[in-house]
Design a binder for this molecule. Structure first.
Ligand code: F6R
Length: 606
């Protein structure tokens, strides 16, 4: 999961490249480098293990008229974290410089063949093979050669390549991994993430798989690997600057949690007419024309937890049996693709390799695919037959918070729309729509609990193990919170349906193992009180997430309150308060919250 950032143009500055790499810093990485070349073939290379700031300290401001720049942050897959394995990788004749994202799966065979031809390898990476292959297959010019070697590389990859003998062009190629071209007044950019181009470019173009871009002094051209020139529409960045308000908050995570009410509104406001109670989305009107008898949801991590929550809505409200799969498992399991099943792919980034691979398999077998995606024009949005954006704005923090809420909002709308088609009681439908109109306010009230949540989370930060217990709709929310806690506090937690404890995990419990039970006013409220008694009989500590004015408030060690809301809508509120809980706990523990160890924002390797 390395990341690429490159520039070709007239403004002679290293700062652009360093800033571009800094904008990619919200993902975990372990080394960074830049490479620069001038029109008269002077080159400059700087590498640094660990932070971009280490690189920035090393880089010398120099007066050479550099014209093309490429840079990279590396997330080690093949070979350890050291400067040798750091990109750019270069050919034996030191003419071709390559930066690569993702994995060349057949690199061992390719490397063996090249070694037989006496090529020496200096790194342990798969990426070095690409530079040597370009040298070995060179014919006519770089463009012709890259087209040729794409037939040899077993994907997937995004590449950026510079030929020292022709320094006025920079070539990018994409199969499977994201790569976008940025068009600015001062030249052209290439990046793994359109968000890094937002403040410096006027427009951008996402490359499709099997496409190449040639960036030159005054123009750019895009080709398919089979040599057809491609005409592309220029896309515009949406009109917002996500970094603007970061200074108000200690971390991006906190900023993004506090954006939750607006993100929720953004996902539903223009898709529901609250006067007529109608769901007005054209995409959903199109979707209900299909005869859907079953739903399969495929996603990873937080997006998987959104899918699990939605499976309760699809079954309860839409009356459609629903299965949810983690992408990594779905890919290799036996699939029963048929035309009465809707295949929903959920992804914040729209680029998660495991999910994308599953989507391609289902597409190849003509399944009806539907994407729920945050990043506009990302691969999953482009490859699904129908899709809805969650419009959660850019999520900078590595782990998902607000994007999860956006996903839930869109999934709930789909379940309501399908529900009406499948004979859902209109009174119930109308009642949920009326409550949805008030949900933004309830979310805001939940955030107002932050002072209380902070105090409780600091008290519990010393516990390195926790249980999260709930049933039904809120069971996946407990799973999502447990994931958040692992990601940012590095503490261990287990998720169980409350009554499942007695089937085994109860043996784990002692005084150092508190439980969080989620028990708002619902049909399961009284049953959960018996679970509370069971736990307290063993002297465990118990935190509850409760609806305000709970008559049994005094029974618990600590309580976190959410507003009274319809049962089917409580996942939104509980997820929000628990995100805050995880955040404050991690902050108390001095964790590096916005860049948790070993994690990347967008997982573009399998
Ligand atoms: C957790 C988190 C990850 C992602 C997962 C899928 O906080 O962010 O678990 O949810 O890697 O990513 P997307 O949604 O981009 O497909």
């Amino acid at each position: 999961m390395c990341w690429i950032f490159g520039y070709i143009g007239w403004e002679n500055t290293q700062n652009k490249l360093i800033n571009g790499l800094k904008n990619l810093e919200y993902r975990w990485y372990d080394s960074a480098w830049i490479f620069e070349i001038s029109k008269d073939k002077n080159t400059y290379l700087a590498k640094a293990v660990w932070k971009v700031s280490n690189l920035a300290n090393k880089v010398q401001e120099n007066q050479n008229n550099y014209f093309a720049w490429i840079g990279h942050t590396r997330w080690a897959t093949h070979g350890g974290v050291n400067e040798n394995n750091c990109h750019p990788h270069f050919s034996s004749n030191e003419r071709f410089f390559v930066v690569h994202n993702w994995i060349i799966e057949n690199y061992i065979d390719l490397k063996n063949n090249l070694e037989k031809k006496w090529y020496n390898f200096y790194s342990e990476t798969d990426s070095e093979v690409i530079a040597k292959l370009i040298e070995d297959n060179f014919e006519k010019d770089l463009l012709t050669t890259i087209k040729k070697i794409t037939e040899l590389l077993q994907w997937a990859y995004a590449l950026a390549v510079i030929d020292k003998e022709n320094p006025k062009t920079l070539i990018g190629a994409k199969v499977g991994s994201p790569l976008v071209v940025g068009i600015a007044k001062d030249g052209f950019y290439i990046s793994s993430d359109p968000n890094t181009l937002r403040t410096i470019c006027e427009n951008f173009i996402p490359l499709q798989d099997n496409e190449l871009v040639v960036l030159a002094e005054n123009n750019y051209e895009i080709y398919s690997f089979d040599d057809k020139k491609q005409e592309k529409k220029l896309l515009e960045f949406e009109n917002y600057d996500t970094n603007k308000w970061k200074w108000e908050y200690k971390h991006y995570m906190l900023k993004e949690i506090f954006e939750i009410p607006s993100v929720f509104e953004n996902a539903i406001a223009w898709r529901i007419n609250f006067q007529t109670k109608e769901i007005t989305s054209n995409t959903l009107s199109e979707l209900v024309k299909y005869d859907i008898k079953k739903i399969e949801i495929i996603a990873s991590g937080t997006s998987y937890n959104a899918g699990l929550t939605a499976s309760y809505w699809f079954e309860d409200l839409s009356n459609i049996p629903t299965s949810v799969y983690v992408s990594t498992e779905y890919k290799y399991k036996k699939k029963f693709i048929d035309d009465k099943t809707l295949y929903i792919f959920i992804s914040q980034s729209g680029e998660t390799a495991d999910t994308l691979e599953c989507l391609k398999i289902v597409n190849a077998r003509w399944g009806l695919t539907f994407g729920i995606v945050n990043v506009v024009a990302s691969s999953i949005a482009q490859l699904t037959k129908m899709w809805l954006y969650t419009h959660s704005w850019q999520e900078v923090w590595v782990a998902s918070t607000k994007a999860f809420i956006g996903q839930l909002a869109v999934l709930l709308l789909i379940s309501l729309k399908l529900g009406l088609k499948n004979g859902m009681d209109y009174g119930r439908y109308e009642n949920i729509i009326n409550h949805l109109a008030k949900l933004k306010q309830s979310l805001q009230e939940s955030l107002n609990e932050s002072v209380n949540i902070k105090i409780i989370s600091e008290k519990y930060a010393k516990y390195e193990n926790m249980f999260f217990l709930w049933r039904n709709y809120l069971f996946p929310i407990a799973g999502e919170w447990s994931l958040k806690l692992k990601e940012i506090t590095y503490h261990h937690s287990e998720v169980y349906s409350a009554w499942e404890l007695k089937h085994g995990p109860l043996s784990l419990i002692d005084k150092k193992f508190p439980s969080i039970l989620i028990n708002p006013q619902t049909f399961l409220y009284e049953k959960n009180i018996s679970t509370l008694k069971e736990i307290q009989a063993r002297n465990w500590k118990v935190i509850w997430v409760l609806t305000k004015w709970d008559k049994n408030e005094n029974l618990y060690d600590d309580s976190i309150f959410i507003s009274n809301q319809k049962w089917v809508l409580t996942p939104f509120l509980v997820a929000t308060v628990l995100d805050l809980f995880a955040y404050y706990m991690a902050d108390f523990l001095w964790r590096e919250i916005d860049k948790p160890r070993n994690l990347a924002k967008s997982v573009t390797v399998e």
